[in-house]
Design a protein around this ligand. Structure first.
Ligand SMILES: Cc1cc2nc3c(=O)[nH]c(=O)nc-3n(C[C@H](O)[C@H](O)[C@H](O)COP(=O)(O)OP(=O)(O)OC[C@H]3O[C@@H](n4cnc5c(N)ncnc54)[C@H](O)[C@@H]3O)c2cc1C
Length: 381
């Protein structure tokens, strides 16, 4: 029997597998998908994830792959714009590349990866749920958020290229140097939803959005028709889409995204990543939280396997540590998202402020400080 079975090999599951296997713990890492695979996501990797990924060699690799550094954020209302700087550079990196890389790193460090849709909880001393925000086990474990019908949102994403790149990268004689990728993430507001726009590796711009289910009633799953509607509503979205052309067939969309509190341990299963709590995507902090929750859980698993304390005690310790690290961030993210999904109200708010302190305040409340995570990572590695 394996020491640890991890169900789900997204950023949370693969990071935990890499951390534990690197310590000589036997780990089985299951995912229903073979890697590489695409995934719905804004693909903005926040700077507070990097101290965990650096010692695993992942940041060097994504930099070599050309992942753009994202240094500023611009909030775009109907008429007004507000811009602020990040204290450290984040990265724009596709999930096709990042998840595959993390999965390979976990295996290089000794985890046993299996392509397998897990239908029954596997046999292992410790079971970890890293299956993302919505999985079959959520129903089986009777988790309350599954019954929530009123807070459902849907995500959509598509990769694009900038029209200006096509025009300027091709001269009469062939290719010439293209303009550098943008180092800004744009957050665009529309009624009951928003879009994030940032560059990823390979000259690609990712446009990814989240919208409340009530706005999709007349579109019957046709994302093109929905995009036409929001382009007509918001002139700045019209400008945005006019500057880009699709680099990918069709849209990737998500299962419902439900923002309700979740427990970090349920039925003896330790949860990490989205399975343990979903932060609003507007923060671009979901992957960072997934990676940080893996780092938070890893020492608890070591203590459990080495029988330093009883199982109940360790479960409660992890619950408390998880709540302390993530609960307030999740609550703040919802408040900010509710403003971003109201373009007129956002404009009013942006009229009254241009201070960079607002940006600092939002960052402080919706993510960890790089130093805090660096300290935790130093203690592990
Ligand atoms: C619209 C939108 C935009 C977002 N934009 C960003 C962003 O820009 N930046 C950011 O940091 N975060 C963003 N997020 C959030 C981010 O995508 C998640 O927080 C992150 O993917 C969570 O990682 P995870 O490892 O917990 O889960 P996931 O990445 O969802 O991985 C779960 C894995 O489990 C596997 N799995 C599930 N069930 C089973 C099973 N039964 N058996 C085997 N395998 C299984 C799946 O195949 C999957 O690979 C966004 C989310 C949405 C909805």
């Amino acid at each position: 029997m394996e020491d640890v079975a991890i169900i789900g090999a997204g950023p949370a599951g693969s990071t935990l597998a890499a951390l534990l296997a690197g310590r000589g713990i036997s780990v089985a890492l299951y995912d229903r998908d073979a890697f590489p695979r695409d995934k719905l996501c804004g693909e903005f990797l926040s700077y507070d994830a990097l101290p965990v990924l650096e010692p695993l060699g992942v940041v060097d690799e994504i930099d070599k792959a050309g992942a753009p550094r994202i240094e500023r954020c611009r909030v775009v209302g109907s008429k007004r714009t507000y811009e602020f700087a990040f204290p450290h550079a984040a990265r724009g990196v596709s999930r096709f590349y990042l998840d595959d890389l993390l999965h390979r790193v976990a295996q290089q460090r000794g985890a046993r990866a299996m392509v397998n849709t897990v239908n029954e909880l596997p046999e292992a001393k410790v079971i970890v749920g890293a299956w993302g925000r919505w999985g079959r086990f959520d129903q089986q474990l009777g988790r309350k958020f599954v019954r929530d019908r009123s807070h459902r949102n849907f995500g959509f994403k598509r990769h694009y290229r900038r029209v200006e790149d096509r025009q300027s990268c091709l001269s009469g004689t062939g290719r010439i140097a293209c303009p550098p990728p943008s180092n800004v993430i744009d957050l665009h507001s529309f009624k009951r939803g928003y879009l994030g726009v940032n560059a990823v590796e390979g000259g690609i711009t990712n446009i990814c959005g989240l919208v409340h289910a009530s706005r999709l009633a007349h579109h019957k799953g046709k994302w093109d028709a929905f995009i036409e509607t929001i382009r007509a509503e918001e002139p700045r979205l019209e400008e945005l889409y006019a500057r880009h052309e699709p680099a990918q067939d069709g849209y990737l969309s998500s299962e419902p995204v439900i923002f309700r509190a979740r427990s970090a341990v349920e039925g003896g299963v330790f949860m990490i990543g989205d399975a343990s709590g979903v932060i609003d995507p507007l923060t671009g902090n979901g992957m960072a939280m997934a990676i940080q929750s893996a780092l938070l859980l890893a020492p608890h698993i070591v203590r459990l396997l080495e029988q330093h304390a009883g199982r109940n005690e360790i479960e409660n310790e992890y619950r408390r540590a998880h709540r302390k690290m993530f609960l307030a961030r999740i609550a703040w993210s919802r408040r900010v998202a509710s403003l971003l999904s109201r373009p007129r109200l956002l404009d009013t708010a942006l009229t009254t402020t241009s201070s960079p302190r607002i940006g600092e305040l939002l960052l402080r409340h919706t993510r960890a400080s790089r130093d805090e995570i660096a300290r935790l990572a130093d203690a592990w590695f």
